[in-house]
Design a protein around this ligand. Structure first.
Ligand code: BES
Ligand code: MN
Ligand code: MN
Length: 459
């Protein structure tokens, strides 16, 4: 089968390129039709691969692609989840090639070439590995489990309609395990399996001062400037040790034992290479924790965007009436995103000086998630990675979020296996996103091993 997979590399890449050419940007309503086109493209490829059915299921937002191949109802069923939507490509001027015109270029990390396009790694390239792995397994009569597929179109905007879809389709989604390729490995020669995702609480704040924009000479110094005030409020959200000051924020944070921390710290990490890749002289974060811990087992608070006043060309002397910011918090077990949203709202309102009015609006969120490492699914993932890469994988905790994963457990009672093949340095959400050809092909070869080892548990 691996021979077949290798000899089909060019065709796989050609098909993936066609998929990547469809600008399936879920956040941008101008791309609504492209969302449907992307869903139809993947539907067609699932049928070509030999799935029994592949349907486009409407939701209140972008559609879900659902597909299944039931070879024997007595066998276990793997439910593959992923997303065909992508992040907006902006800022366009920072791309070295057009975001929706995929090209292969080599990089220091990917000497055998990487596919440059928005969605190459997150997540179109990774869901396409599953389609091709299924095609290969069916061709070689090597499919040892039933398989169901759920590819959604709203992950990058918070999966707000997927919960409803899941609740309405519990029977259809019945399975034994969920398999997801939407995370990273440590390096191409250091395979790893992620054992957790952070949760998310995403807020937008508005600070209002005077009832209109003012002349900053006539009024400046006498009337509170909402942009100045917002900057001070935001600055106060961290103390001098990098701790978040929102009251009650850490109350439910699970502290890891020294053994657990040591085990995670045993994974290789090159701080110098990390800084060099990002072009920074120093890292920063919560005191008492390493860089990797800060980006995985610890909760965080970050401003994603801030605006107000005059930001056009040249200068305009103005004391703005309003200032805004988008603030997100990454959460860890057992923080609850609804509770944290409430705590943030209360805190942010309480710290506002009497000179301004504050509005806080929660956007979307999601709960943190941890995969049990003593489960048959995790063991199968571990063995598959070991065989696929010829090297023992390292368990890691991821820093990103896939908000729907905790909900799958709640609504379907299913655990999720994080079986991603990207690299953190693949520029996900950034200009020049890419995905290694090695990673893409390695994924296609390794996914069937998961099926093999997972079904062995049931024999
Ligand atoms: N695939 C990522 C999450 C990810 C990336 C997990 C790398 C682990 C390693 C996912 O598409 C993503 O970007 N999620 C968003 C969630 C948000 C838009 C609700 C995130 O983490 O910001
Ligand atoms: Mn993703
Ligand atoms: Mn993403």
């Amino acid at each position: 089968m691996n021979q077949y997979i290798r000899s089909n590399q060019q065709r796989y890449l050609d098909e993936l390129f066609d998929f990547l050419r469809i600008p399936s940007v879920s956040a941008d309503s101008r791309h609504q039709h492209d969302m449907l086109r992307a869903a139809e493209y993947i539907q067609g490829k699932l049928l070509d691969a030999g799935m029994d059915t592949a349907e486009i299921c409407p939701t209140a937002g972008h559609p879900v692609v659902f597909s299944e191949k039931i070879i024997n109802p007595a066998l276990p069923t793997i439910l593959v989840y992923g997303h065909y939507d992508v992040q907006p490509a902006d800022p366009l001027e920072l791309w070295h090639s057009a975001p929706f015109e995929p090209v292969i270029k080599t990089t220091a990390v990917h000497p055998e070439g990487a596919i440059f396009a928005r969605g190459a790694c997150d997540d179109k390239g990774q869901i396409y590995m599953h389609v091709k792995a299924i095609e290969a397994m069916l061709k070689y009569d090597a499919l040892t489990c039933n398989v169901k597929i759920m590819f959604e179109g709203e992950e990058e905007v918070g999966s707000e309609n997927l919960g409803e879809f899941v609740r309405q389709n519990k029977e259809k989604l019945k399975a034994d395990i969920i398999l997801i390729s939407d995370t990273s490995i440590i390096a191409n020669d250091i395979p790893s399996v992620e054992t957790g995702l952070r949760g998310l609480a995403y807020m937008e704040v508005e600070v209002e001062g005077p009832n209109r924009d003012l002349h900053s000479g006539v009024y400046g110094g006498a009337v509170a400037n909402p942009v100045n005030v917002l900057a001070q409020m935001i600055a106060s959200l961290h103390d001098e040790n990098g701790k978040i000051t929102v009251k009650g924020f850490y109350d439910k944070v699970q502290e890891l034992s020294t053994e657990e921390r040591d085990a995670l710290e045993a994974a290789p990490f090159d701080l110098e290479a990390y800084k060099k890749d990002l072009g920074i002289a120093e890292v920063s974060g919560e005191e008492g924790y390493t860089t990797r811990e800060r980006a995985s087992i610890r909760p965080t608070l970050d401003v994603n965007g801030i605006w107000g006043g005059y930001t056009g060309e040249g200068s305009k002397t103005v004391l703005p009436s309003k200032a805004f910011a988008k603030i997100s918090m990454r959460l860890v077990p057992d923080q609850d995103w609804h509770e944290i949203s409430d705590l943030f709202t209360a805190h942010f309102t309480a710290i506002a000086p009497p000179t301004v009015k504050v509005k806080v609006k929660p956007h979307h969120g999601g709960q943190p998630y941890v995969t049990p490492t003593d489960s048959p699914g995790y063991e199968a993932a571990f063995k598959a990675m070991a065989e696929g890469f010829g090297k023992t994988p390292v368990p890691t905790r991821g820093g990103g979020s896939i908000p729907i994963v905790a909900l799958f457990e709640k609504e379907l009672g299913l655990k999720s296996i994080l079986f991603g093949f990207g690299l953190d340095s693949d520029a996900l959400h950034s200009p020049n996103e890419h995905y290694g050809v090695f990673n893409f092909m390695k994924g296609i070869e390794t996914i069937p091993l998961f099926y093999k080892y997972y079904s062995e548990n049931f024999q």
